[in-house]
Design a protein around this ligand. Structure first.
Ligand code: SF4
Ligand code: SF4
Length: 448
């Protein structure tokens, strides 16, 4: 028993020191303070057992009980088991019409002829859109977190993306080179990472991965999307953790626009690279998509769609941005099973509890477009963006999967990928160390 006490004293203290250092790096004061408290309680507990006399039967009994509970806890932590989950039937999925997207509806407002056509067939959306779209545009003064220096930094990034649209497609080299698909996928992964991607995956394209009709631009508005491309290359870039902790203030918009530019740069390069071998390829980047990036990233086995309907990457959670390249080149699909993330969403609901506009469902997965999947109430979400003057991201900040890729969080990810009990304990710890309810800033911080 003496040795068990010494080991648990040392292991516990080491753990709390490690936790404290990680919290300090993450600039989380609350987690730092709790780590110090944990260190003191752990020391006091095991030193009491070590120094207490065995004649004190209460102390001795408590010692046996705690050592036994620790042993049971360690054994249970290793059990790998989750209830089975049915995969959704993809046969009846209806394609999403991009014209229904809030960003597309926002554009119609600038082009009365588009607005007239859209609201003639969607009269139910006219009033709600009028209420939202009469608020100041993102990037214009009037939003709560508008910042005279930071907001224009996001605007120039979106403007650059807008002007870069011709780079999405390009000339295909005349002579098609015979390729090993394994070698090409390896090269694309290396090239993507070289330019800053944290992950690259491949998925076989299915009908429901494409929008049914284009809706974001005046040119081609309402065009039916038909593509012969068979493979999607999914590009993942990570957003800066500390900047996203400022949500919903201005730094989040600077960061998300910066990463949209980074992901677009990589997608343009990968598409051009594929075309140089004589195969067609198109980049899909912010404001210029024909495909839905979120389900494609899941299909490529890189993570899972979360309750807030964003893609949660297997390492960085929802703190990422995506771009996609579609091509007629056949590439082997990448695989990964991250169903445990979906089990975690069942019990967590932290994004729903913290969403300032209650746009995220707190209950079961809603049914829409012919299948059950997470989706948010986009009018409520975008309405909040227009009041805030930023792209919010409170759900990204609140999500327990949004953590830096440090050893301690890798350990937690391994732990919660085992079983539901581990997930409940980890969620309790996340609430304790990072808080269940986020404190939202009242004003923009200085700096970026
Ligand atoms: S971005 Fe903000 S408003 Fe939109 S779903 Fe997330 S938390 Fe809610
Ligand atoms: S905050 Fe929780 S419920 Fe929401 S997406 Fe993240 S893990 Fe899922």
């Amino acid at each position: 028993m003496v040795w068990a006490n010494i080991i648990l004293l040392a292991a516990g203290n080491l753990f709390f020191v490690w936790l404290g250092l990680a919290a300090w790096r993450e600039k989380s004061g609350r987690a730092c303070r709790l780590s110090v408290l944990g260190l003191l309680v752990n020391s006091a507990l095991w030193l009491t057992f070590l120094l207490g006399s065995p004649q004190f039967t209460v102390i001795h009994g408590a010692n046996i009980l705690l050592v036994s509970l620790t042993a049971v806890f360690l054994v249970v932590s290793l059990v790998s088991r989750f209830p089975n989950r049915e995969s959704p039937d993809t046969a009846g999925i209806q394609r999403f019409d991009e014209r229904d997207h809030m960003f597309a509806r926002n554009n119609t407002w600038r082009h009365p002829e588009m607005a007239n056509r859209y609201y003639a067939s969607h009269p139910d959306k006219r009033d709600v859109d009028a209420r939202i779209l009469n608020r100041p545009q993102l990037g214009e003064p009037g939003g709560r977190f508008y910042h005279e220096w930071q907001t224009p930094a996001a605007e120039i990034a979106f403007d650059l993306l807008d002007r870069s649209r011709p780079l999405a497609c390009g000339n295909v080299a005349e002579n098609r080179k015979p390729l090993s698909s394994q070698e090409m996928s390896r090269r694309l992964m290396q090239l993507g990472r070289l330019y800053g991607a944290v992950d690259i995956g491949f998925a076989h394209l299915q009908d429901h991965h494409f929008y049914s009709h284009a809706g974001r631009q005046l040119a081609g508005w309402g065009r039916s999307i038909d593509s012969r491309h068979r493979t999607a290359v999914v590009v993942v870039v990570a957003m800066d953790y500390l900047r996203m902790q400022e949500a919903p203030a201005a730094p989040v918009m600077v960061e998300s626009s910066r990463q949209y530019v980074e992901s677009a740069k990589i997608a343009y390069l990968l598409a051009a690279y594929i075309r140089s071998f004589g195969y067609d390829a198109r980049a899909h980047v912010d404001g210029n998509y024909e495909v839905l990036c979120v389900p494609l990233a899941q299909a490529a086995g890189l993570g899972r769609v979360g309750r807030m309907s964003l893609f949660m990457h297997r390492v960085y959670g929802p703190c990422v941005r995506l771009a996609v390249v579609t091509t007629d080149l056949e590439l082997p699909a990448t695989e990964g099973d991250y169903a445990y993330m979906e089990h975690f969403c069942d019990i967590c609901r932290k994004c729903a509890d913290n969403c300032p506009s209650q746009a995220i469902p707190a209950g079961e997965m809603p049914l829409s477009r012919g299948f059950r999947h997470w989706s948010v109430e986009q009018e409520a979400c975008y309405g909040f963006w227009r009041s805030a003057g930023t792209d919010c991201a409170v759900c990204v900040r609140a999500c327990p999967f949004t953590k830096p890729d440090t050893l301690i969080h890798r350990l937690v990810r391994w732990y919660i990928a085992r079983n539901r009990l581990n997930q409940r304990l980890a969620l309790l710890a996340d609430d304790l160390f990072y808080g269940r309810r986020l404190k939202l800033p009242r004003a923009n911080p200085e700096g970026w």
